[in-house]
Design a binder for this molecule. Sequence first.
Ligand code: AOF
Ligand code: ZN
Length: 373
Amino acid sequence: MTPGSGMDEIHLLIFVCMSATALTDTTWMSRCFDLARRGIGRVSPNPPVGALLVYQDRILGEGYHQYYGGPHAEVNALFAVSDQDRHLIPDSTLYVSLEPCCITGKTPPCTDLILKEGIRDVRVSTTDPNPLVAGQGLNHLRNHGVRITGGILEEEGKSLIRPFATNILHQRPYVLLKWAQSRWGYAGIAEEQVWLSDPLTKTWSHSQRAQADAILVGARTVSTDDPALTVREFPGRSPSRVIFDPNGRLGPGCRVFTDDGCPIYYFAFKTNPDLQLQHITSIVINPEQDAFSQMLQTLFNHQVGILLAEGGPYLQKSIIKQGLWDEAWVVQTQHPLDHGITAPEVTGIKIDTNNTGHDQIVGILNASRPKIV
Ligand code: AOF
Ligand code: ZN
């Protein structure tokens, strides 16, 4: 497999056979989305992007943005073209899930590369919400005679980069909430560990963690559950850990403070002498100001693009009260718990429903935050 090509021959064959009846713009763009998704968990706070170079219904090269600071999707797709096919590049069509950039960031502008390669047909799903690009990439190409087609599967393209759009426009991490609740809407019992969800849901939970840059939990959850907050049952790297311990109650024996190479951010209202350890970034926040906003600001400054707030219910309820959440993932279990701490409640747009074991998982998008994409 060439770097950035990302598809073995069997998968390519299956993909082309499945789409043999209709190799349309939407077919190719769906493939770009599949490629883009491979970067989720590694590219944030950049967007996941996939690209494909097609010549007469044949993929010459494909690629995706693989890691933050690394080459963009278009660069990897062009790099994947074999020497025998290079002469076909000017007569092929470039599909990209996001408008090509026209800025020099950590990497040079993709528009320069596209023009240098002589590509004359570029098709995209959505424009780049980055104010430094925001349509100028497409305009630049258009002004140099490139034929541009935009808006292919635009809704899907926009939802793929929703976290990035929030990061770049609101200058804060994208906030995901996740909790499990009993059949009667309870999230747990104070100071007692209660396992509500089906064991099969753990794999899904870990896949969620693998997509986040950091996981947040409050001190109560740490002292009751002693979670590790790592990704163990799904391929992917473990995110950073963020602990909110306003009154400085926790000690270094908790599993979240294990030195396993994952960055650890510890937020409290005063210095906790027990946690002045080299591998822990301790941040004292101002009790006079909103704690969560201060944490979001600090985490964003540390490149956290996606924050998964896993618990507990009190912390999540206060986040919901402030409206500072973007997606909530509710694991509705069959557990009969009928007392204790009530689960948080959210209203929004249902974006996904799926079942694992006896649980039903519902994804809800916060509809009342300012519209950004
Ligand atoms: C693209 N293709 O695959 C991505 C784009 O610092 P850099 O050089 O990585 O640039 C980051 C910006 O580039 C990012 O804010 C967004 O506007 C765009 N991302 N553009 O043409 C890609 N990932
Ligand atoms: Zn680019």
